[in-house]
Design a protein. Structure first.
Length: 225
């Protein structure tokens, strides 16, 4: 295993995630300069070593490489890596979920329906989250199971929860109230101006406690037990 390359990929992925968390507080998606820099370096790595799989950089290093591909602004690079990741999956060098997410992203940007339902539309204006079009919706959960993903309904709940919580914590005068309704279920209500959204969260209790704590500490919301 190439420990130096693994460490570099993990550092790049860590920067990627820290940047996105930081900018999300201000309603931004990403810093184009960070994405361009990471993509340029990843292209060099792929050109010299191919897609860095588990035996080269470990499971976490391969996951970091996938994350950087997923966030690359170069659509042609997405398509190139899609085939490389498929080959890596076949060889046991990458996670099938990595291929599923990147395939959906490539199809989404190409104007085609996605296969696994991993890509969302976030519409802050009406506080709504929806999936991009899915090919053969009836069979999507079976396809998701085949690559180690849970049901689409669960992913949509988690995606909606994260989106609404982020909106509530950064929109002026927004309020969010959360109430436990079971060991792994909570109900949330988010209001911003004249817009209100309500939804259930099916998360682990620890995740719910963290989210409620963040709401309380923000000074913009209230939580119920």
């Amino acid at each position: 295993m190439d420990d130096c390359l693994r460490a570099e990929l993990l550092a790049m992925a860590s920067e990627d995630q820290a940047m996105r968390r930081r900018l999300a507080d201000n309603g931004a998606l990403a810093d184009p300069e960070v994405d361009r820099r990471n993509t340029a370096r990843l292209k060099e790595i792929v050109e010299a070593r191919g897609f860095p799989g588990k035996s080269l950089v470990g499971e976490d290093g391969a996951g970091a490489a996938w994350l950087l591909v997923q966030h690359a602004p170069d659509r042609a690079f997405h398509r190139r890596c899609l085939d490389l990741i498929r080959q890596a999956v076949d060889a046991g060098e990458a996670s099938p979920r990595s291929y599923a997410y990147l395939l959906d992203r490539v199809r989404m940007f190409g104007g085609e329906p996605q296969v696994y339902g991993t890509q969302y539309r976030y519409q802050q204006r009406d506080m709504h989250v929806s999936c991009h079009d899915i090919e053969d919706v009836a069979g999507v959960d079976e396809r998701r199971r085949s690559v180690g993903l849970g049901p689409l309904s669960e992913q949509m709940l988690e995606g909606s929860a994260g989106f609404y919580a982020a909106v509530a914590l950064r929109v002026e005068n927004a309020r969010v109230s959360l109430a436990h309704t079971g060991p792994d279920l909570a109900h949330a209500r988010v209001s911003a101006g004249d817009r209100t959204a309500e939804f259930d969260l099916r998360w682990e209790a620890a995740t719910l406690r963290c989210l409620i704590s963040a709401v309380i500490q923000s000074g913009q919301g209230e939580a119920g037990a």
